[in-house]
Design a protein around this ligand. Structure first.
Ligand SMILES: Nc1nc2c(c(=O)[nH]1)N[C@@H](CN(C=O)c1ccc(C(=O)N[C@@H](CCC(=O)O)C(=O)O)cc1)CN2
Length: 301
């Protein structure tokens, strides 16, 4: 491996410490930032993410409101809960953990969250504000990627960036953020012709396509920075007792990409931990905006 490893775990820990300092400042003004997380159903991965969000919210000194709803919760009941949280002055940030069960329309749920409390940045108002270069709530995973890129490179101005994947929660907002930092941005996706050649032009590659190890070292320009957003659990043989073993891999084939790249994020321990750190930062930002307090610097785009 020749690439520098970008340690998302350490970066996220530093960011949480910074958020904790700022939370203490806000609390001294008599306000306790509060985050409400809603989980519908029992998807095991979502349950772990929600548990970690609650734990880390408390650790930085904020208030955590967890709402775990049964899988058969109706869309109407979920929308009622969101309306209650929108009206609650102790709640500064609201998120509904995704994915939601099939009988619930995720777009309707995201549209019901007050944009000022939308700490996921998924409401169309925030999407539009980000796209037009205005003050928005910025989606946590792309924000985490941007923070790591800025830390590594300083200015991103003029760099060629390719985002692989066009999802609303990562690919599209990531492209907007890179454009805002004056990169030349391409979004590549499943229909992109000669995708390897497109990716090979990039100084910055952000892989967010949800396909295990799709991007290989021969797609990477020597010295490029590779940010791997993928979290894919794949089979890894059998345990001694014969039960199946699994391991986490990203959307990039780590060994071959690391042999060519200048810097790379690992999976796990790269982008993932930054997602929750940025959620805490967004909650603090939302709280400051709601109360007319100065926003902490360097915690948002
Ligand atoms: N409402 C939302 N839903 C979802 C989001 C989101 O930002 N908002 N993102 C993902 C899940 N997610 C947070 O919600 C998340 C995913 C991964 C990690 C993380 O720290 N991953 C670790 C590995 C964890 C493991 O062992 O499985 C890592 O990469 O090191 C944190 C948060 C979808 N839903």
């Amino acid at each position: 491996m020749t690439a520098t490893l970008i340690d998302g775990k350490a970066f996220a820990a530093k960011m949480r410490a910074r958020v904790a300092d700022e939370v203490a400042r806000v609390k001294a003004a008599g306000i306790v930032p509060g985050l409400a997380v809603v989980l519908v159903g029992e998807d095991p991965a979502s349950a772990v993410y929600v548990r970690n969000k609650g734990k880390q919210t408390l650790e930085v000194g904020m208030e955590s409101f967890e709402h775990k709803l049964p899988i058969d919760t109706s869309e109407a009941d979920l929308l009622d809960l969101i309306a209650t949280l929108n009206a609650d002055p102790a709640v500064h940030g609201i998120l509904c953990q995704l994915p939601v069960p099939d009988h619930i329309d995720a777009d309707k749920v995201l549209a019901a969250i007050d944009p000022a409390k939308d700490v996921d940045g998924f409401h169309v108002s925030n999407v539009g504000l980000l796209a037009t270069g205005q003050k928005a709530m910025v989606p946590c995973t792309p924000l985490g990627c941007l923070m790591m890129l800025r830390d590594l490179h300083g200015s991103l101005s003029g760099m060629d960036a390719v985002v692989v994947g066009r999802s609303n929660i990562v690919g599209k907002p990531m492209a907007q953020l890179l454009l805002r930092d004056s990169c030349t941005v391409t979004i590549a996706h499943s229909r992109t012709k000669n995708i390897e050649d497109v990716v090979r032009r990039a100084d910055i590659v952000v892989a967010a396509v949800g396909r295990p190890e799709m991007v290989t070292g021969d797609w990477i320009k020597p010295g490029a920075t590779v940010i791997d957003v993928g979290i894919n659990r794949i089979g890894a043989g059998l345990k001694d007792d014969g039960s199946p073993k699994t391991r986490l891999v990203g959307d990039c084939h780590f060994e071959s990409c690391a042999a060519v790249a200048g810097a790379i994020t690992p999976v796990p321990g790269g982008v993932g931990p930054m997602t929750i750190a940025c959620l805490l930062a967004n909650t603090l930002t939302a709280c400051c905006r709601a109360n007319g307090l100065a926003e902490p610097e360097g915690l948002t785009a």
